[in-house]
Each structure stands twice: as C-alpha cells, then as structure tokens.
Ligand binder design. Structure first.
Ligand code: GLU
Length: 457
C-alpha cells in the first residue's frame, strides 16, 4: 500500500518545537517510504484559530524545507462534508441531536463537582424522540455500550479501551463546526491516510476516532504516538526553557537543517550518530526506533548542532542564504571558512564577516578611534615594508610579517592588535594572517593609509 501521512496543525499560535518534530517524523517516514504528505489545517476552533497563525505555520514549514504533496486543506472549507457525514450517522442511528442547554450542562457539572465526581454527559438525549424545533443542538456520537475499542500503536502495541470510559461525545458543535475528533478521523479516512504520526497528547483521543472509523466502515490507519518534549526540569516544554517558535529560531540564526537534525534526533536514535544530513536521516529513519519516553529539550545541544551544521554547510549556499556581498578582491572562500569555525549561529557569522562585506562600508567604530599615536607610528613604518614586499599567499604573509616583527624587535601583539582593529573594527576576528589574506593587499594598504591620513590631521 502507498504510504500517505498528514501533518495537521491547528492554527492557534505559532509553530512550536513539538509540532515541528511531529512534522519532521512524518516527513522522514513519507520520504523513506516514497509516500505522500498532506497538510491539513485543523481550524475548527473558531475562537482560537487565526489567519496570521496559519500563515506563520506554513511559512515556517516552508522555511524548514518540509514540503508537502497535497493541501493545505482547510477544514473550515469542508463544513458541509462533516455535516452530511453526521446526518448520515443520525439516519443510521449511530448519532443523535442533543438539545441540552448550556445551563443544564452547567448544573450537571456543578453537581458532579459537589459530589467529587468527574462530569460525564448522562446520554440524556440518546433515546429521546422529540425534536424541539428552533432550539440549538449539538450532534453526539452514540458510543456503543459494553464494547472493547481496539487499536494498535507502533510504540505501545495493542491498546484496548472499554467503551464505558467514554461518553456520547460531541461530533458537531452548536455553531455547526465539527469537533476535532470527528473532523480529524473523517478526513483521515476520506483522504486515505495510511499512517498517523502525532504527539502522545492525542493518545486519549484515538479511541473516539477509532469509533468514527468503525462507524463509517473504514480501515484503521497505523497509529504512532510520539513522546512529548519536556524542558530540562521535566515539565512541559515552554518559552521558559528557551523553546520558542520556529520563527524565533530562524531569527536567532539557526539553519533549518540544524533544527531538523536536532529535533529528529530528540526521540529517535540511529546508533550514537548525532549529526545527520537530510538524506542520512531519510534513509535511516524508522518508526520502530522512536523512543517511548519523553525527550528533554536542551538549547545548548541545539546550538552545538547548529555550529556543526554551519561548518558543514556549503559556502556557496551560505552566501546565497545570507545574501552576502563581498567587497571586490576579498578571498570569499577563506573569509567564510575562517568565520564558520568559530560561530555558533548565522547572525554571529554574518557579523564576523562585516569587515569584508559591501554592506558594511562603515566597519570603522570606537575601537578604531581609540587607537593611539603609538599605533599610528607603528603602522606608518609597517606599511612601507608591506607595500614593498606585497606578500600574497598566506605563507608569504606569515613570513614577511614575522620577519618584520623580528627585525624591528616588535612584539606580535603591539602590531597585530592595532592592525586587526583597524582592518576589521573588532578584536575578535580571524587570525591576523588570515585577515591580511582575506582582504588582499590593496584593501589592506587602502585601509592603513586612510587611517594614517585621518590621524595626521
Ligand atoms: N490539530 C492537532 C494539533 O495541532 C493535530 C491532531 C492530529 O495530528 O491528529 O494538535
């Protein structure tokens, strides 16, 4: 059978790490099995759903490169389909209209609370034949009495639930919108989803969805409920743990592959390997290797993964992604290689490259203004030798530079530091020999001359 999975976000906020990890597992599973991916927008909670959130979620998925084959399909555009399906269930005596008012429900809830019981709808309208016209109603599913509900979960094996633990749950709300359990199960059945991979928080919904599948006589898909992601203190992951929306990770200079690698590895293992390319993840992915126990989010490890992925990232793609525009004559490859080693994120990396980018002509700053007369006179002497010798390759640069220091009995630091500041505007740039090579002879001379001129006035 051809594999078809779905990613079904509710547009009630930005895309969070847990949801992204679910999307990643679906993606890897589909790609591994030459399957198809459908995106379905579960926007049946009118109050909480928003278009901004929908746009942000889709943008984040696209940014991550988690592309899909079908959709996005919005459930709010399919209301007629859910209504017709519910009406059919009523005709078949598998569902019914319930006219219980909100006040009546509230009274029952208060009563249960006073008696220290959990509220459960008492199936009041299950067998009633009257039809109070004009009154609001919901449609409830007739949960069969004394039935075992069975399904299989990849990670947990066979699960059996007694139907007495469920009530006659609502499938269509009074506003005409379907509930999540109804719309989701109906769509999964109709859209031919073969594998449902989602968060463990939905495990308690699955028996209701199994009942829906059974009622419309559709074969159950395979279920895989993946463990939750927790913060280091073992509580539910939140902003407090540094886990924000994907958008914020994008802004903080993470590469999509770093997020995919880190999240996939969180709860999925392939030996001890930590760093993966996308293709490696796809070819080695298996649902059986997912962990049942909760995963713990570690922002430092994510940052470590990002650093390594940045190092592995092709320079040409990095240049394109960051829209880097180098000053003419700069050794671009060396510049990128030099800063890649040190930087944990793309923002830092871009900042470290400022000294050789067109976009930052004014790399000069207070540090340069603070250089003293001593530095000016050092550089005046240095530039004479440098102009004359014109060293080009890194070995030559090293040699001319070191000879100059030795012959003039100057300490490395007394020349390298002012020169580094002058050429890059920072104290923490690549090594001085690399800077000289990256910028090239002409830019170096030009910058030193300009500095001397400015300080002679
Ligand atoms: N819309 C649900 C959510 O965002 C997903 C439900 C599912 O995957 O079945 O949590």
């Amino acid at each position: 059978m051809n594999v078809k999975v779905r990613f079904a976000p509710s547009p009630t906020g930005s895309l969070h790490l847990g949801a992204v990890r679910t999307a990643i597992f679906n993606y890897l599973f589909a790609k591994k099995n030459n399957g198809k991916i459908l995106v379905r927008i579960e926007d049946t909670d009118k109050e909480r759903s928003s278009n901004e959130s929908l746009i942000e979620i889709l943008e984040s998925l696209r940014w991550l490169g988690l592309d899909w084959d079908e959709g996005p399909i919005k459930q709010s555009n399919r209301l007629e389909i859910y209504k017709a399906a519910a009406d059919k269930l009523i005709d078949e005596d598998l569902a019914y209209r319930c006219y219980m008012t909100q006040e009546e429900v509230n009274l029952l809830k208060d009563k249960a609370k006073a008696e220290n019981k959990v509220y459960k709808y008492p199936n009041t309208w299950r067998e009633k034949k009257e039809n109070p016209n004009g009154r609001d109603f919901v449609i409830r599913f007739k949960t069969p009495y004394q039935t075992k509900i069975n399904f299989n979960d990849t990670l947990r094996g066979n699960i059996t639930i007694d139907s007495s633990t469920l009530d006659d749950f609502i499938i269509i709300k009074s506003d005409g919108f379907p509930t999540y359990n109804f719309a989701s199960a109906l769509d999964d059945a109709e859209m031919g989803i073969t594998n449902i991979i989602r968060g463990e928080d939905h495990l308690s919904n699955t028996p209701k969805q199994v009942l829906i599948f059974n009622s419309i006589k559709k074969k159950l898909p395979n279920f895989t409920h993946v463990s939750m992601i927790l913060g280091k203190d073992k509580t539910k992951l939140s902003k407090r743990h540094g886990a924000e929306s994907i958008n914020s990770f994008k802004e903080k200079g993470y590469l999509p592959i770093s997020i995919i690698n880190y999240l996939a590895r969180l709860g999925w293992a392939y030996g001890d390997q930590e760093i993966f390319t996308l293709n490696e993840m796809i070819s080695n992915f298996s649902l059986d290797n997912l962990s049942k126990s909760p995963a713990v989010f570690d922002s430092e490890k994510l940052s470590w993964v990002n650093n390594i992925q940045i190092k592995n990232y092709p320079n040409s793609e990095l240049k394109e992604r960051l829209k880097l525009e180098f000053i003419d004559g700069v050794d671009e490859e060396l510049a990128i290689n030099a800063v890649k080693e040190k930087n944990k994120d793309l923002n830092e990396l871009q900042k470290s490259l400022n000294f050789c980018l067109l976009t930052n002509e004014s790399y000069e700053n207070e540090l340069i203004n603070e250089l003293d007369n001593q530095a000016v006179s050092e550089l005046k002497k240095f530039i004479i030798v440098w102009e004359e010798k014109k060293p080009k390759e890194i070995e030559e640069i090293k040699e001319v530079f070191t000879n100059y220091l030795n012959e003039n009995e100057i300490k490395m630091k007394s020349l390298a530091l002012p020169l580094r500041i002058l050429l890059t505007g920072t104290k923490s740039s690549p090594g001085i020999f690399e800077i000289l090579k990256i910028l090239g002879h002409e830019i170096v001379i030009e910058r030193i001359k300009k500095f001397i001129k400015n300080n002679e006035k």
